[in-house]
Design a protein around this ligand. Sequence first.
Ligand SMILES: Nc1ncnc2c1ncn2[C@@H]1O[C@H](COP(=O)(O)OP(=O)(O)OP(=O)(O)O)[C@@H](O)[C@H]1O
Length: 293
Amino acid sequence: MRHIHFILNPIAGKGSNFLDLALLEKYFNKKDFSIVIKPTSYKKHAIKLTQESINEKAHIIVACSGDGTINEVASCLVNSPIILGIIPIGSGNGLASNLNIPKNIHKALALIKTQTVKKIDVGTLNNLHFFSNTGIGFDAQVIKHYEASNERTLVSYIKATLKSLKKSNKLMDVETTLDDESIQHKPFLIFISNSNELGYKVSLTPKASLQDGKLDVLIVKEISAFKIFLFTVLMLFKSHHMLKEVNCYQTKQLKITLKDKLLFQIQMDGEFKMIKNQTINISILEKALKVIA
Ligand SMILES: Nc1ncnc2c1ncn2[C@@H]1O[C@H](COP(=O)(O)OP(=O)(O)OP(=O)(O)O)[C@@H](O)[C@H]1O
């Protein structure tokens, strides 16, 4: 008997999401599978529900959600034999898209039924985990404004980007250490990615792989408003690296230290977070998560 627990974010993506037990039982017969559905009721509730499912001896825990809730579920499963499944019903769905997990619920369920497991790398930032990406600077500000809008659509991402553009002159003064080399700078953006997609098929790191044991890092220097606009347009064609202010690296770890503050504003898997620390250490755990893909 395989125990499969589905953790559902009812408000992910367009919202009003539900899972029909009768539909699940078409894919997972009662003789071989026991099914539990757990809807989330508040932010971070998925962490508590996943921990309960671990204690209840679930073999597979399926996040029916977007990248933010996937992060909450998957963070509990790092280095564990329990397998993550994904039904992508979020707005961006960057991780699922990188893993070629279908958005169609029937196809996603059929894939889960195969129980085909891939081991993927996991990013760490101090004591936190990320599966898609993390970043400081412009992207964190976009996510901050996006969350404040209380809408979960592509249009609200675009609105949040325009709002962040207006306020893009407040840059952090940091020291970044990458491959034993330190630079003092005021970057427009430091983006660190495990996956090759941000969501909506947009990518800042098209060459990133979930299985290469490396993080892809994009550092964008202080740039003019016109260059920010150009960067955004080029990004849609995956050509932003053509700008001389854009530098790309691959690394296993990096360190960022704030010069004059003790609080980082970051985005992690599309969620805005504040980190009370002067330094963040980012690294990779190779093949530390089992996921059906
Ligand atoms: N019932 C709920 N009420 C309010 N927030 C919730 C609830 N359940 C989960 N959340 C929070 O909603 C946030 C976004 O969830 P999720 O990532 O699943 O969807 P999304 O943002 O639409 O998708 P994506 O991250 O792919 O763009 C997460 O921070 C999660 O903790």
